[in-house]
Design a protein around this ligand. Structure first.
Ligand SMILES: Nc1ncnc2c1ncn2[C@@H]1O[C@H](COP(=O)(O)OP(=O)(O)OP(=O)(O)O)[C@@H](O)[C@H]1O
Length: 506
């Protein structure tokens, strides 16, 4: 656990007698208690090392709750039992002669450091998809998540989804004043339904702003959790949600035929969409199914002819890195924390705000629908040899898949990656593998731009795969535009958990 960062002052120490004391030192709680220290050492290290310890420390981030009730002080915290596992643990000390007002003040200081600007005791609507990913969502919820949420004194209203699209109806009808957060325990499919359900309401904008959406990873990709909680491990994600701060996040409107839907993650056509959606017959391969699908198309030199029209905001990779640096450094966390969220214009200056428009439902479409004329200032190109069209709103698409390393949560821009499909196989493999080493962005085989809107029109193919947030939609033209900060999510640090494109600091 982290080393103490500051010397505790006298007010920060509670002395219980018999050599037991609790001290607040910066972002750490120092526990001087031989019995607990020994138990802690055994649990965390497995095997006791050296002489018996007399104290140990707990990062305040791991503190779930504290209260003086009756004649005792109780502290709940998330104790790591391995690098990826936490379990709720309790410390109890009789108050003895300690004055109650001193203890109450100490408890409030501890909670203030534990939660910072994050809301305490969040009221959650939890949606568990028993069929998500490998099918362990019920177990994950019961054993890895619920005990931590309970120890943090969250109020929980839990529903197991029983059919596809149920979460859309649930969120459309939800009493938004009764909850602070909706938490899908699922893959990325259920968050998609949550955003779309909230988006269908007559008070969509209010609902999307007032109610945060947070994610517990139970699927196979779990992009939402990786980007916002910084992990795809359910235990660690649960703690990140408990401590999560409200963060505005861009959403995208998609029009196709006469439909309008919201997308929070990505749209893809070509190799990625096919390798994901077109390999159902290879399910027996497990996670390798996607890699095999990619390799098959690389060696087949598969191309996807199409027309693409784009409203480009930042054309060059250098410009994108500079934008990323501005977003990451100019807007420090304090500006993004709860109650201090600034919305209004993208960091490129153009207003993309959803709030600026009057009305309660979803913001009006600034560029019309897929059935309207394409605006004249959009760049239009014919792509005979397209291999991959990939538009993202978050950085990670899965663990080890940081495709959109310059994605920012609330910049009012989408990140667009395009590459041809007739690349030499070895180079293509290298390109795909560079995603894992964060060198994808700089690879000269792809273009990487920041955009505001686009239209995609497939050509010369009877059928194919279009993926919206990982779900298949009809193989027909579609148009997309971004709404800055339309949604509210909970994130660990007020921004995406991404290292950014290599060298952005320079
Ligand atoms: N009880 C249910 N039975 C069948 N389908 C369900 C049920 N509950 C939800 N669904 C549907 O399951 C779909 C996939 O959900 P989810 O994203 O949670 O899992 P996943 O697709 O397995 O995960 P990943 O996207 O990570 O692969 C959603 O579109 C949702 O509508």
């Amino acid at each position: 656990m982290a080393a103490p960062t500051a010397e505790p002052s006298a007010n920060d120490i509670l002395v219980f007698g018999n050599g037991v004391s609790l001290a607040l030192a910066g972002e750490t709680l120092l526990v001087k208690d031989k019995t607990q220290a020994k138990r802690h050492q055994n649990n965390v290290c497995g095997v006791p090392l050296g002489s018996a310890p007399s104290d140990f420390s707990i990062p305040t981030y791991n503190i779930l709750w504290a209260e003086a009730a009756g004649q005792a002080l109780a502290i709940d915290y998330a104790e790591p039992t391995s690098k990826t596992q936490l379990r709720p643990t309790k410390l109890n000390y009789p108050l003895n002669e300690l004055p109650r007002d001193v203890v109450d003040k100490w408890v409030e200081t501890l909670l203030a450091r534990a939660y910072g600007t994050a809301q305490r005791r969040k009221r959650a609507k939890v949606l568990v998809n028993p069929h998500a990913g490998p099918g362990g969502a019920d177990n994950i919820w019961e054993h890895d998540v619920k005990p931590l949420f309970k120890a943090a004194r969250m109020s929980l209203d839990v529903i197991r989804t029983s059919f596809s699209r149920e979460a859309i109806d649930l969120c459309e009808q939800l009493d938004i004043d009764a909850y602070d957060v909706v938490i899908p325990c699922s893959g990325d499919g259920l968050p998609y339904e949550v955003f779309n359900g909230l988006g269908r309401r007559p008070d969509a904008r209010k609902a999307l702003q007032q109610l945060a959406v947070a994610h517990i990873p139970c699927g196979s990709g779990n992009a939402m959790s990786i980007n916002l909680n910084g992990t795809h491990r359910p235990n660690l994600a649960a703690l990140a949600v408990i401590k999560g701060v409200k963060t505005p996040m861009d959403l995208m409107s998609i029009t196709q035929g006469s439909n309008r839907m919201l997308s929070f993650l990505s749209q893809s056509v070509g190799i990625i969409a096919e390798a994901d959606l077109g390999t159902e017959h290879l399910r027996w391969l497990g996670a390798k199914r996607f890699d095999v699908g990619v390799a098959q198309r690389i060696f087949g030199k598969k191309v996807y002819p199409c027309d693409i029209s784009v409203k480009v905001e930042i054309q060059s990779k250098g410009g994108v890195k500079a934008h990323y640096k501005r977003d990451r450094t100019a807007e420090d966390f304090s500006q993004r924390k709860e109650g201090q969220i600034s919305k209004g214009s993208s960091s490129t200056g153009e207003s993309t705000s959803s709030e600026a428009d009057a009305g309660e439902g979803l913001p009006p479409l600034r560029f019309g629908t897929v059935n309207d004329k394409i605006p004249e200032d959009w760049e239009t190109g014919s792509h005979d040899k397209l291999g991959n069209f990939y538009c993202g709103n978050m950085a990670w698409m899965a663990p080890n898949a940081n495709f959109f390393s310059a994605a920012c949560a609330n910049d009012g821009l989408m990140d667009l990656v395009i590459n041809d499909g007739d690349i030499a196989a070895l180079k293509y493999m290298g390109l795909m593998m560079s995603v894992e080493t964060n060198k994808f962005f700089d690879n000269s085989l792809i273009s990487y731009r920041k955009i505001v809107a686009y239209r995609f029109t497939p050509r010369e193919q009877k059928d194919g795969y279009i993926s919206i947030d990982g779900e298949r939609v009809p193989f027909e033209p579609f148009q997309v535009e971004v709404h800055q900060g339309l949604a509210t999510v909970l994130s660990k640090s007020g921004r995406y958990a991404t290292p950014g494109p290599l060298g952005w600091e320079k």
